[in-house]
Design a protein around this ligand. Structure first.
Ligand code: FAD
Length: 438
């Protein structure tokens, strides 16, 4: 028997690690419900519980979901299954690498082997390199080389009959109950693999043509919503690219270039693991960032969506209510935190980590760095989003803001907590200070 270690690849279709395990014979399957999951919001954990519940059904009840560190859970499952080999997809985030190293050591100690195949990317991080063998620092040439490199076609689906059951000790019903299921948007985030695939097809057939024109409009909400299944590996980017590749339109190319951003960020974090916490390009003196009580009060107003800047507030309330925020609004809320409130990007990124249903470490940390202007290939720091101009431009009829701020046009809605023009100048002064040689 072999063991499949289910990680961020919670699907039967196009799953190379699972297919390899099944090629070796009858397969047991295990997922480690690690202590780190308790840092997630209840909603995020509930969504994971539903995804696992659905996958377990698809394996005929065979998938074991067990509490504990991955090294303990996987070593014990391999022992029970008497599996000499465990198959898994490789992770490239710092915590994923630490985890797989620990699993490898635990298995080795018992004479077993961990083998990797596949990753959560179309092309595994570290593979797309410049001709001199060094990594790309800038997105556009990376994306060109990424396309030229190409990826293989999606593989078929695993056979649900070839699983052998192991016991679970996590009550998924109880975990799923933590989610705010009364939320009308929650039901959008489908947790069955078959439905995720159906949604993908329906997006490509019906909505993709409008993508280029409408993707920046939070009021129209016409993006793919694929980040959620991609984050849990219910869908592989290759499956998405195989479909969009058949469509010969600019919208399809633009959509693929968003997937390329996902791949680029995975690659950057692979080459620069410290980018998960440290600015890749420090742009301000460290002591220029706001700290202390006043900073805490600013942060709270931001988090609660009570800044008096309607697009920022609508976004933060959407995040609190649903675990989701439109990309344009993520950029505006993040920029506000960094350049109007002068708070370190890491503080905002931590809040997103707890809240986002589609949380993905590489995407979140590097998008924050992009907005903060501290990334390698970031928006320059001096480019500061004006939250009112962004609101008029991307939510022209105020529909998005009215939806999330019922009191928007009443005296109950707060006045702006600051003067954007003044804070913009403060941010630029910090930048000039940062640029001065010390
Ligand atoms: P679509 O517009 O339909 O895009 C299709 C796919 O392309 C997405 O599902 C996603 O996989 C990828 N994509 C799109 N935009 C980006 C981008 N800017 N960077 C990387 N990949 C992208 N995305 C996450 O998946 N997880 C995160 O934790 C995350 N945190 C973010 C934090 C900030 C501050 C910002 C500005 C962006 C963040 N993003 C994150 C990127 C982006 O906002 C989401 O991927 C997008 O909103 C998801 O909606 P969608 O699937 O409908 O996107």
């Amino acid at each position: 028997m072999t063991l499949w270690w289910a990680r961020r690849d919670l699907r039967l279709a196009d799953n190379p690690a699972l297919l390899q395990a099944q090629a070796d014979g009858p397969t047991a399957a295990a997922f480690a419900w690690t202590p780190a999951l308790h840092l997630w919001s209840g909603r995020r954990r509930a969504h994971l519980a539903r995804v696992l519940w659905s996958l377990r059904e698809d394996t005929g009840g065979a998938l074991a979901i067990r509490r504990g560190a991955a090294a303990d859970v996987i070593a014990a499952a391999a022992r029970e299954a008497d599996a000499p080999v465990v198959w898994a997809a490789r992770e490239h985030t710092p915590s994923g690498v630490r985890e797989q190293d620990a699993v490898q050591r635990a298995l080795h100690a018992e004479g077993r082997e961990l083998r990797f195949v596949g990753s959560p990317y179309a092309i595994a991080p570290g593979r797309v390199l410049k001709t001199d063998g060094t990594p790309y620092q800038v997105f556009t040439p990376f994306s060109r080389a990424w396309r030229e490199h190409g990826w293989r076609s999606p593989a078929g689906a695993a056979d649900p009959q070839r699983f052998r059951p192991l016991d679970s000790d996590v009550d998924l019903d109880q975990q799923a109950a933590h989610g705010d299921t009364a939320d009308p948007l929650e039901s959008r985030h489908e947790f069955r693999e078959s439905q995720v695939l159906a949604d993908l097809h329906s997006f490509v057939d019906s909505d993709l043509p409008r993508y280029a024109a409408e993707r920046d409009r939070p009021d129209l909400d016409s993006t793919s919503h694929l980040s959620v299944p991609l984050a849990y590996g219910q869908l592989h980017p290759r499956t998405v690219l195989a479909l969009t590749g058949q469509v010969r339109t600019d919208a399809a190319r633009m959509f693929e270039s968003e997937i390329a951003w996902r791949e680029f960020h995975g690659d950057v974090l692979h080459h620069h693991p410290s980018a998960q916490r440290e600015s890749l390009t420090p742009v301000m003196p460290e002591d220029a960032w706001a700290t202390g009580r006043e900073a805490d009060a600013s942060f709270l107003a931001w988090r609660r969506g009570e800044t008096g800047f309607s697009l920022v507030d609508a976004g933060m309330r959407q995040l609190a209510a649903t675990g989701i925020m439109h990309n344009r609004v993520r950029m505006v809320t993040a920029s506000f935190l960094v350049k109007d409130l002068h708070l370190p990007w890491q503080r905002g990124a931590d809040h997103f980590r707890r809240s986002l249903l589609d949380y993905d470490h590489a995407q979140n940390q590097l998008n924050w760095q992009w907005v903060a202007g501290t990334g390698r290939d970031a928006a320059p720091f001096f480019r500061v989003f004006n939250p009112d101009v962004q609101a008029d431009r991307f939510d022209p009829d105020r529909r998005y803001r009215q939806r999330w701020i019922p009191e928007l046009d009443t005296p109950g809605y707060p006045m702006p907590m600051l003067d954007h023009r003044v804070e913009r100048e403060v941010a630029l002064a910090h930048l000039r200070q940062g640029k001065r040689p010390s």
